[in-house]
Design a protein. Structure first.
Length: 292
C-alpha cells in the first residue's frame, strides 16, 4: 500500500499529518485510514525524530466524524476486536513519539475522532467560520447503545471534570462551542487559519523528548479525583447497558490502568452491539443515513 496521507516537516523539524478520507465527503476512521496511519508512523520512525507533531485534518467541515459504523457492524466479533486493536495501536504511536504532540481541531471531533485527538499531549480548536454551524465534540457512542472503543472512557475524565466526562460518555452527550467543558482544549483560536501557528506555539511551550507509555489518562495523580467523580454521578446515570459499560470500563481503568481499561472497552463494545437496544438504534441510524 502506498502512503496517501499528506504530511510535511518544516525547517524546525515539526511534522504535520493531515488525516484524510479521499474516497468520502468527510474524514472517517475506517480500515483504510488505520492502515495509512501505521504506514505513516513506520516511515516517520525510520527517519530523523521530529521536534514536534501536529495532528490535523484535511476536511474543511469536520476534524474526524468518527469510525465507520457500517464497516464496524459488518465485521464478525473476532474481526471487530482485531479492528479495534489495530486502531488502538495506531493511536498509541502518537503518545510514543519522542516529542510533544498537539491536535489542531477545525471541526466536529466525534467518537474515534476525539479519541485520536486525545492521544496528543495538547488540543487546540478553532471557532466555526463565519456563517458556519457550531460543531460538536464528544463521545456519542452511548446514544447508539454502544460504548467508546479507543480509550475515551480512560482519557476524557483526565482532561475535564471527571463527573462531567463520565456522564458525557455514559449518555452520548456531545457539547458544541462555546459549551465545551473547561480543560478539553488548551486554546481556542478565532479562525482555522490560526491553527497552524497556535499549534507550533503550543509545541514550543511544552517540550518533551521522551516517549510516553500512555496518553494523558487516569493514573495515580488523578485516580482519587476520578473515583470521586464516578461516585458523584453514578446514581444519576441511566441504567442501560451502554452506561453500565462505561462505568465498568472506568472502574477497570482505575483499578488496573490504561491498557486494561481500553481492553475492557473493546470487549464491551463488541458485546454491546448485539443487545436489543443497540440493534434498534443502529438500524435506525443506518436507515436515516441511507435516506439522506
Amino acid at each position: 500500500m502506498d502512503l496517501q496521507l499528506k504530511s510535511e516537516r518544516d525547517a524546525e523539524g515539526i511534522v504535520t499529518l493531515w488525516l484524510d478520507s479521499p474516497h468520502r465527503s468527510v474524514v472517517v476512521l475506517d480500515g483504510w485510514l488505520l492502515d495509512q496511519l501505521h504506514l505513516f508512523f513506520d516511515r516517520l520512525e525510520a527517519g530523523e525524530p521530529p521536534a514536534g507533531f501536529v495532528l490535523a485534518s484535511a476536511g474543511d467541515r469536520v476534524f474526524v466524524a468518527g469510525a465507520d459504523l457500517a464497516e464496524i457492524d459488518a465485521l464478525p466479533d473476532d474481526q471487530l476486536h482485531a479492528y479495534l486493536t489495530e486502531g488502538a495501536e495506531a493511536f498509541a504511536r502518537i503518545s510514543a513519539l519522542p516529542c510533544p504532540s498537539v491536535a489542531a481541531v477545525n471541526g466536529a471531533a466525534l467518537g474515534g475522532g476525539l479519541e485520536i485527538a486525545m492521544h496528543c499531549d495538547g488540543l487546540i480548536a478553532s471557532q466555526p467560520g463565519e456563517g458556519a454551524k457550531p460543531y460538536r465534540v464528544g463521545l456519542p457512542e452511548a446514544g447508539l447503545g454502544l460504548c467508546p472503543g479507543w480509550g475515551g472512557t480512560q482519557m476524557l475524565p483526565a482532561r475535564i471534570d471527571p463527573a462531567e466526562a463520565i456522564a458525557f460518555a455514559a449518555t452520548g452527550a456531545t457539547p458544541v462551542l462555546p459549551d465545551f467543558p473547561a480543560g478539553l482544549f488548551d486554546e481556542i483560536v478565532v479562525d482555522a487559519t490560526d491553527l497552524p501557528e497556535a499549534a507550533r506555539r503550543w509545541l514550543k511551550s511544552n517540550p518533551r523528548t521522551e516517549p510516553r507509555s500512555t496518553p494523558r489518562c487516569m493514573d495515580r495523580s488523578n485516580c482519587d479525583e476520578i473515583r470521586e467523580g464516578l461516585e458523584a454521578v453514578r446514581e444519576s446515570l441511566p441504567d442501560v447497558p451502554a452506561a453500565n459499560a462505561v462505568i465498568e470500563a472506568v472502574e477497570i481503568g482505575l483499578a488496573d490502568g490504561f491498557s486494561a481499561g481500553i481492553a475492557a472497552e473493546r470487549r464491551l463494545l463488541v458485546s454491546l452491539r448485539h443487545t436489543k437496544i443497540a440493534r434498534t438504534k443502529l438500524q435506525a441510524f443506518f436507515g436515516k443515513n441511507k435516506k439522506s
